[in-house]
Design a protein around this ligand. Sequence first.
Ligand code: ZN
Length: 179
Amino acid sequence: MSILKVAQMGHPVLRRVAEGVSPETLADPAIQRLIDDMIDTMRELDGAGLAAPQVHASKRIVVVEGGDNPRYPEAPEFPLTVLVNPTLRMVSEETAEDFEGCLSVDGLVGLVRRPVAVVIDAFDRYGKPLTIEAEGFTARAFQHELDHLDGVLYVDRLVDTKKLFFRDEFRRYGRGEEE
Ligand code: ZN
């Protein structure tokens, strides 16, 4: 098990368009190790997802896992999912706003509007095609991770820069109840 260093906003790897991964490359033990390390890193840091560029590997691989954790206490359960070369097949017309954080924008959360439901085509870690349908928190997590593959961070999509908070301040003031 290896916990990888997470690139922080400002590192150029987070702004690159990541490279596709060929089925032959997936058999490479180095790629399988990268995926295992991404899973370990996501879990160790209480992330709900992680994209390869966040661990300095400019490849189109993301991992997502939903469940109760200290960073996302209200996250619904979603089984560990590894997506290789994911593409958005469908996004809902309906959109919603919610707060997002990112392990590469450590300490901050911001309000982002996104489609509430998505359908994603991808390959699993062994090269088998799979289709994911997700809505709500999980759909948001997938869209956030897919954005990383195109060099996009959630802060690029903020509804309003006034809705960007440090986590401690968000806990106190983010929902607007307390002045
Ligand atoms: Zn992120």
